[in-house]
Design a protein. Structure first.
Length: 294
């Protein structure tokens, strides 16, 4: 499946407009989803409720029209919702309490989980009759700029998929993936931090050593990087091909690429990303050990 985006989600706007959405867990991710749905204008804020006890997070939703309820009201709100979003931290105590309180409130409903490591099969075994979807958005969902991966249960119908396309379209771009690919997708979310730590910061230091101010050095790194990413996004050119094309014979880019090859920079960056993905897999194994799938 090719990546879909928010504009494609607009054709399914009516699939979400009359729905009621209960978000169980009003932390960073729960709030990001609530704000993303709100900014999309595809569903009235009064049809969204975020359930949680974090007062500082609740303040982020003030003035939006989104209702905020304490976590004790989660089950009641889920019972009145068409879509239930599970955005709590997946520890055994919290989940057992959630399953106990929800009972059969999710039967026949779409349940969208953003809980890392908790499988679709396990959630279906605990939420009788629910049509479970597992997803991994990112914090940019609040601005409609997330790139969300999701995997759907076999119980999800084509009509449900229309609703999901609209839901994820409100948050940005989205892609349906295999559940086994979630660790790699989560690892991809580590890329910004990896680049900032290992690449951008060192480049900024070089420019500062050349006499530029800290602010200008940072701006140079960001603007040049964004310009390149924009060009690649428009052209669709392969990364390696672009690197070769812009390297003039005897020029600075060629000299840099030769050194990069000599010190095996590309291999090193690949290993860094693999380390992030492996840690994500390890977390999944730890979580699945605590919440065994069926």
């Amino acid at each position: 499946m090719e990546t879909e985006n928010a504009s494609e989600g607009q054709s399914s706007a009516n699939a979400l407009a009359e729905k009621r959405i209960a978000i169980i867990g009003a932390g960073n991710m729960g709030n990001s989803l609530a704000l993303g749905l709100h900014q999309s204008k595809k569903i009235d804020a009064s049809r969204i409720v975020a359930c949680g006890d974090n007062a500082s997070k609740a303040l982020q939703l003030s003035g939006t029209g989104i209702r905020v309820a304490g976590s004790a009201y989660g089950a009641l709100e889920a019972a009145g919702a068409d879509i239930v979003v599970l955005a709590i931290k997946p520890n055994r105590e919290a989940l057992e309490g959630l399953f106990s309180s929800l009972g059969g409130a999710c039967s026949g409903k779409l349940v969208i989980s953003v809980m890392n490591g908790v499988s679709v099969a396990y959630l279906e075994s605990r939420l009788t009759g629910a049509k479970v979807v597992r997803c991994m958005p990112d914090i940019n969902a609040r601005e409609g700029k997330s790139f969300t991966g999701f995997a759907a249960s076999g119980k999800v119908t084509e009509k449900d998929m229309e609703t999901l396309r609209c839901f994820f379209g409100c948050l940005g771009e989205f892609e349906q993936i295999g559940e086994r690919q979630f660790a790699a997708w989560t690892g991809a979310s580590c890329l910004p931090g990896i680049l900032a730590h290992a690449v951008f910061s060192s480049c900024q230091s070089v420019f500062e050593q050349e006499g530029f101010s800290k602010g200008l050095s940072r701006g140079l790194v960001l603007k040049k990087s964004l310009s390149t990413l924009n060009s690649l996004g428009i052209s669709g050119e392969e990364f390696a091909d672009y690197g070769k094309r812009v390297a003039s014979k005897g020029g600075g880019t060629e000299a840099a690429n030769l050194l990069a090859d000599k010190i095996e920079l590309a291999w090193g960056m690949g290993e860094v990303l693999k380390a992030a993905i492996e840690r994500c897999r390890q977390i999944e194994r730890e979580v699945s050990g605590a919440f065994s799938s069926v």
